[in-house]
Design a binder for this molecule. Structure first.
Ligand SMILES: Nc1ncnc2c1ncn2[C@@H]1O[C@H](COP(=O)(O)OP(=O)(O)OP(=O)(O)O)[C@@H](O)[C@H]1O
Ligand SMILES: [Mg+2]
Length: 284
């Protein structure tokens, strides 16, 4: 079942030198699955995620044939309706969690507010649910964390708090942008297993943005590989290591491997044709 259908998405930034296209004609569908987006820095992964939620700051422009969620095209919604979508149907964990938390509000207040918005509940119930949300991402002293402010948290703690916050409304779709990059391996596993559970038991759709090809190969179902704003290849995650596109091969070959120590890691050789070929469709 398709939850989200994105057709011909573009993100454009007007600059003094002309228009810079950060995302160029990307199309894909998302079902009740874990869809990975990989690619080098600057390839357009975050802009793709943010564009879906219309979170591109001006003067950036989002264009698409459609971004369909159920029977609605998100591009047709008012800003007010879009806020409701963000609060209830699609959540996003941003790459830098510190910028998404409000610096002058305690973490507890922010969680309680998020819960009350989503559930129209009283404070007491919201507080209890917030404590449980923090526990669910392995925060051991949730009471202390509730009273703290964002700047008092480490990067890894900030990521966990964001994940807890995003899960409060029980979204249909979660867009997670490098959600575990600041976490230790053991906490990373816990966070992945929480997201995994939401996909398999609650039928959520997950867009998982990451640099880490090995992690995506293990954790996701399908993968879109991006280069210079386009999708250059789409494959099943468990086949990622057999991917064919020379860019994907290059990314894979530049990964260090424990069982095959090498003197030097390969440097990616780029073919100008990669950036002119049309984006590959990621429709399932
Ligand atoms: N406000 C802006 N004005 C102009 N260009 C921008 C702006 N914001 C982002 N870009 C450009 O858009 C491109 C895509 O950026 P994006 O953040 O999506 O990359 P990414 O794949 O998420 O990279 P990373 O792995 O480093 O997070 C980059 O080349 C970036 O420089
Ligand atoms: Mg990014």
């Amino acid at each position: 079942m398709t939850l989200l259908d994105v057709e011909n998405l573009w993100v454009k930034f007007p600059t003094r030198q002309g228009v810079f296209d950060a995302v160029r004609g990307v199309s894909f569908t998302l079902g009740r699955e874990r869809l990975g987006i990989v690619g080098e820095s600057g390839s357009g992964k975050s802009m793709t995620g943010r564009a879906i939620l219309r979170l591109i700051r001006p003067p950036g422009i989002v264009e698409a044939d459609h971004i369909r969620l159920g029977d609605r095209n998100l591009l047709d919604l008012s800003e007010r309706d879009m806020r409701a979508v963000r609060g209830q149907q699609i959540s996003m964990v941003m790459q830098d969690p510190k910028f998404s938390l409000n610096p002058v509000m305690s973490i507890g207040e922010q969680l309680i507010e998020a819960y009350r918005l989503a559930n129209k509940s009283g404070r007491k119930e919201a507080r209890q649910a917030s404590l449980e949300a923090l526990e669910s991402v392995s925060i051991r002293d949730p009471g202390r964390v509730m009273a703290a402010y964002p700047h008092e948290m480490s990067g890894g703690m900030g990521q966990r708090i964001m994940i807890a916050m995003m899960l409060i409304p029980s979204p249909q779709i979660l867009i997670a942008d490098e959600p575990t990059s600041a976490l230790d391996v053991s906490v990373q596993r816990q966070v992945l297993s929480i997201m995994d559970d939401l996909v398999t038991s609650r039928g959520m759709g997950l867009i998982f943005i990451s640099h880490d090809l090995n992690l995506v190969a293990d954790f996701c179902d399908r993968v879109l590989i991006m280069y210079a704003g386009r999708v250059v290849e789409v494959c099943r995650a468990d086949r990622l290591h057999e991917a064919q596109h020379p860019y994907t091969r290059g990314l894979l070959n530049s990964l260090p491997r424990l069982n095959e120590p090498r003197e030097k890691l390969e440097v990616l050789r780029r073919d100008p044709a990669w950036s002119t070929a049309p984006s590959v469709s990621g429709r399932a």
